[in-house]
Design a binder for this molecule. Structure first.
Ligand code: ANZ
Ligand code: ZN
Length: 554
């Protein structure tokens, strides 16, 4: 009888792994004599235990890495931890342990799981975004952006839980109510920090053409996200005033992509947060209640498109710039305050949303574009909708003009009155990076009663996050930490208060790939080693991850 050969993974794999460890088999450095291969897997969130998705993802990366190593490449396969974020705070509320402890425990456990899988990882480059060595560079880069004017402080709308007196993340709002308190969530305006990605909108859009190897539909999603829209911005004049004088200087601005339909305007609609809506609500409890209700509604565009159109008249009128006629202003729940000017010219004959609104409230519908040679019917209209075919009718001097000629003529007439011009409008918003959360990278700003918001000087970086707070759900625990809050103003030396907002975790995960490639422990954000390894040759992560980045970079 022959000896049965048995595969004993525990023995064999341990021996191989110990050998790799002892010889530092996967530890790599820049080496100009070899071609390099940088294989980057999406870094995990330390949620507790690895799941099969991790194993699948990292196995693919490992196969590619080993294959290239055998082919003679200098292969970098790093690993690290996307370690800040809300789940750690939720776990803290539930288990009463500091998020730091929960996170570091999870990292230790998951690291040992990863190690037992025997991946060809250069562990000497391991990083965790919640460590001061890492997030110092978030702070440093933020300060550089502040200097360049591409980071700024401005007001932002947040979800406010009136019972817990705290800001909620979108995912903590369930059916319009706070996840813990069940209280109706309000939209509040508070100061926040933004990165001006809109300054780069043109570049972001045109450089999509240079991306190779991405599916067209992904590029299209990106383009739609950036959302370049060419149209006309113009104003309806009015003399609606409050004690401080005419509201918005007596002009109701709107943005339209269909200036050719301007003679078909039968109403205007403004967002619930628009100054005219707020003004009208002062003497109108019904309108005030409606505005209050809208505040709890969605601001997601997808929801806006499908939800039941609702509105109320304000009783206010503005003047049509080309006909001189009075046009009634309505408040409409389908008008977004955050897009364009937060107001629209209502053209029910040609805009789907305006049509639904006008039908519901008995507002006049006036056709001003001939739909080819077809009579005006719902079918013909649906077929035409969104197209730029057809010529102006019922439009006085613009009759007979096609889309472009009509837009040119109308824009010129508006410009001659000083109330309008052609405009490119972007859907892309500046990236709001501040969160009113504890478990994140502190924003390096100091508030001084005399000097205002003052940047923390570089030699005081990193601003270290205390790791022993246990959030209880009622607001950011940093607000109760005097040892964190108290500081001196870098500019006048008087006692001042530290900013308690932290950065969105997408700031952390937007540059970790560069840090892996940097000399370990370098006292620079990136260095020559980074130049050697960059760019990433192969990224392995769910498309979900890429899409999440897109969705949250609002
Ligand atoms: C009148 C009109 C007539 C429009 C027509 C369209 C078709 P995009 O392409 O997405 O830029 N709009 C403008 N600001 C808005 C806001 N804050 N909230 C909701 N809707 C808004 O869409 C531009 C069109 O969306 C604009 O052109 C305006 O409606 C509407 F036959 O003006 B349009
Ligand atoms: Zn000061």
């Amino acid at each position: 009888m022959q000896d049965k050969q048995q595969y004993k993974p525990a023995d064999i794999e341990r021996a191989a792994q110990q050998h790799w460890d002892a010889t530092q088999a996967f530890r790599v450095q820049a080496d100009a004599s070899k071609p390099k291969y940088y294989c980057l897997s999406m870094f995990p969130y330390p949620s507790g235990k690895l799941h099969m998705g991790h194993v699948r993802n990292y196995t693919i990366g490992d196969v590619l890495s080993r294959f290239h190593k055998m082919k003679g490449y200098n292969v970098l396969q790093p690993m690290g931890w996307d370690a800040f974020g809300l789940p750690a705070e939720n776990a803290a509320i539930k288990n009463k342990v500091p998020p730091a402890k929960w996170t570091y425990d999870n990292i230790a456990y998951m690291k040992q799981q990863l190690k037992s899988l025997g991946f060809a990882i250069d562990w000497s480059r391991e990083l965790a975004t919640c460590t001061p060595e890492y997030y110092k560079w978030n702070q440093w880069l933020f300060l550089r952006m502040l200097e360049k004017g591409i980071a700024e402080r401005k007001t932002q709308v947040v979800n406010w839980d009136p019972v817990d007196q705290t800001v909620l993340a979108n995912e903590q709002v369930i059916d319009g109510r706070g996840w813990r308190t069940g209280a109706l969530v309000e939209k509040r305006e508070i100061p926040g920090y933004y990165l001006k990605i809109t300054d780069y909108a043109d570049e972001l859009l045109s450089d999509l053409d240079e991306l190779t190897g991405w599916p067209e539909r992904v590029k299209l999603m990106q383009a739609n996200w950036i959302g370049k829209s060419t149209g006309v911005r113009f104003a309806f004049k009015h003399d609606i005033a409050d004690d401080a004088g005419p509201i918005n200087d007596g002009k109701l601005w709107v943005f339209t992509t269909r200036a050719d339909t301007i003679m078909g305007v039968t109403f205007c609609a403004v967002a619930a947060e628009h100054p005219l809506a707020l003004h009208a609500a002062k003497g109108n409890p019904e309108l005030a209640a409606f505005i209050e209700k809208c505040k709890h509604g969605s601001v997601m565009e997808a929801d806006m498109a499908t939800m039941e159109k609702e509105g109320l008249p304000t009783g206010l009128f503005v003047t049509h710039p080309l006909t001189g006629k009075q046009v009634e202003v309505w408040v409409g729940n389908y008008v977004l305050m955050s897009y364009g000017d937060g107001a629209v010219m209502g053209v029910p004959a040609h805009d789907e949303r305006d049509f639904a609104f006008a039908k519901k409230y008995g507002i006049a519908i006036k056709q001003v574009v001939a739909l080819g040679d077809k009579p005006y019917s719902l079918d013909a209209w649906q077929e035409w909708y969104g197209s730029k075919d057809g010529t102006c009718i019922n439009s006085g001097k613009y009759d007979g003009l096609g889309y472009e000629a009509a837009v040119d003529a109308i824009a010129a007439d508006l410009a001659a009155q000083g109330v309008g011009e052609k405009k490119v409008q972007w859907r892309l918003r500046d990236w709001g990076i501040s969160r009113q959360r504890y478990w994140g990278c502190p924003i390096p700003i100091i508030h001084c009663d005399s000097c205002g918001s003052v940047p923390v000087p570089d030699d005081q970086l990193p601003v270290v996050l205390p790791e022993d707070c246990v959030p209880d759900g009622s607001g950011n625990p940093l607000n109760k930490r005097d040892d964190f809050l108290a500081c001196t103003c870098p500019s006048c030396g008087k006692p001042a208060r530290r900013e308690t907002d932290t950065m969105d975790t997408f700031v952390d995960s937007s540059w970790y790939y560069a840090r892996y490639a940097t000399t370990f422990g370098a006292d620079k954000m990136v260095d020559d080693e980074t130049n050697y390894w960059m760019t990433v040759d192969q990224y392995i992560g769910g498309i979900e991850h890429a899409i999440l980045h897109l969705l949250y970079s609002r």
